[in-house]
Design a binder for this molecule. Structure first.
Ligand code: AMP
Ligand code: MG
Length: 411
């Protein structure tokens, strides 16, 4: 028989993420930003090319443009009839002559190949001896081989990367229309927390620890394109927690907290959010990262992360990141894992799905950080990703495991 004292059923990560994303309605509002400033922003509409790239057939080498049919045999010497540098255009190639040409210069009409200068020799009489007979099309970059006119080069819901900014620029886009940045209020709970710089390490009182979550959470939010309001540390008191939440709810899309989300007497997040709005407190069936809360305070979303630093870090990456990307209109928010060989032993699988801190070695396998405790931040600095280990699974050297690189989760 189920009693009220029984622990709530744990939610699978997939269920929690699916439920969380149903709440992540994309934010209204768009912005037109300079392409220079658009890294990490999310496109509101497809970007369509008004021209082809390259705009014309051009040489991919410094050398000589010629007509292959003019060359019967190797070592034929032909006069140079014109010189075409990048940025200029030539004229039709006169039969039985070559054009001196440079990388990026348009091919002259009539020429059908380029011979690189290393395969040519300029004779004292000025003629150019072609050492190797070229094939038609050799060292020519074709008009439109990168982008055709009318092509969708970047799609709505795509998050811009440095490479995509370059591609947008290559079709002449000086500005791009992107979604609005989410406004996020961040605070940490915990009377034990001290800010670095306020108390020297040697003067820390017993029981005090430095606030580490605030630093990585703020940085993670910034990387995801959020405008962060850092509200600092809120004491473990119900009234203080309620006041902080109420103040944060106006003007913010999301309130993100760490700590105080369990159900101990010093955990005030639950009653505070419930008094102002609504809260779903979930016990996630993952390790690290059990307690996790989603709710609403007035018009703002609320997400409460666990206090343990590694739990906080991992739940941010697995849940908050896709939530924030969805708010920004990103279409594909899945974090893809890669199959990797384990070069370690994991003898006792947990009943919860585990995310083990690991890193790739030079032999193409994975090594595990020795201490997988949810308080050991060293593990996420040492590691370069997470092994996604299903519930109850042990791992032996040589087994193939799923690995999610941090590069996938931190971008
Ligand atoms: P809590 O979820 O508040 O019960 O905290 C769980 C553990 O995480 C405790 O050991 C806290 O001291 C620690 N903790 C909570 N918040 C932070 C923080 N911002 N930085 C570092 N450790 C924290
Ligand atoms: Mg606490």
């Amino acid at each position: 028989m189920r009693s009220d004292r029984q622990a709530p059923a744990m939610k699978s990560l997939d269920d929690a993420l699916a439920q969380l994303l149903t709440h992540a309605t994309p934010l209204g509002g768009t912005e037109r930003v300079a392409t220079f400033d658009a890294d990490g922003r999310v496109l509101v509409q497809d970007v369509v090319s008004a021209l082809q790239v390259p705009p014309h057939d051009n040489s991919s080498m410094d050398g000589y443009a010629l007509r292959c049919a003019d060359l019967g045999a190797p070592d034929l010497a032909l006069p140079v009839s014109q010189r075409i540098a990048a940025g200029s255009t030539g004229t039709s190639l006169v039969a039985m002559t070559v054009a001196r040409i440079f990388t990026g210069a348009p091919m002259p009409h009539g020429a059908d190949a380029v011979v690189m200068q290393e395969d040519c020799e300029v004779q004292p009489d000025g003629k150019v001896c072609i050492r190797a007979v070229p094939k038609p099309g050799q060292w020519i970059r074709r008009a439109g081989e990168d982008v055709t006119q009318g092509a969708v080069v970047l799609s709505k819901g795509e998050r811009l990367t440095p490479a995509s900014l370059g591609l947008a620029a290559s079709i002449g886009m000086s500005h791009l229309t992107v979604t609005r940045r989410p406004k996020v209020a961040l605070f940490s709970t915990g009377d034990e927390l001290v800010m670095p710089g306020t108390v020297a390490p040697n003067d820390m009182k017993p029981g005090a620890i430095y606030n580490s979550n605030r630093f990585f959470l703020k940085a993670l939010l910034s990387r995801l394109g959020c405008e962060v309001t850092d509200l600092g540390i809120v004491p473990d008191r119900l009234a203080a927690t309620t006041d902080a939440l109420r103040a944060a709810a106006s003007e913010h899309d999301l309130i993100l907290t760490s700590g105080g989300v369990s159900v101990g007497e010093e955990d005030h997040i639950k009653p505070a959010v419930q008094s102002l709005g609504q809260l779903d407190l979930w016990q996630l069936a993952i390790k690290p990262g059990k307690p996790f809360a989603y709710g609403r305070v007035a018009d703002a979303h609320f997400i409460g992360l666990p206090g343990n630093p590694v739990s906080s870090f991992v739940t941010f990456l697995l849940l908050v990141r896709p939530f924030l990307l969805t708010l920004q209109g990103v279409v594909d928010v899945a974090s893809n894992s890669i199959a990797f060989r384990a070069d370690f032993t994991w003898a006792r699988g947990d009943k919860r799905r585990e995310f083990l801190r690991a890193r790739r070695n030079a032999a193409g396998g994975l090594e595990l950080f020795e201490n997988q405790s949810s308080g050991v931040l060293t593990s996420v600095v040492w590691g370069d990703g997470l092994v996604d280990n299903p519930p109850g699974c042990t791992i032996a050297p040589g087994d193939v495991v799923r690995f999610i690189p941090f590069s996938e989760l931190l971008a």
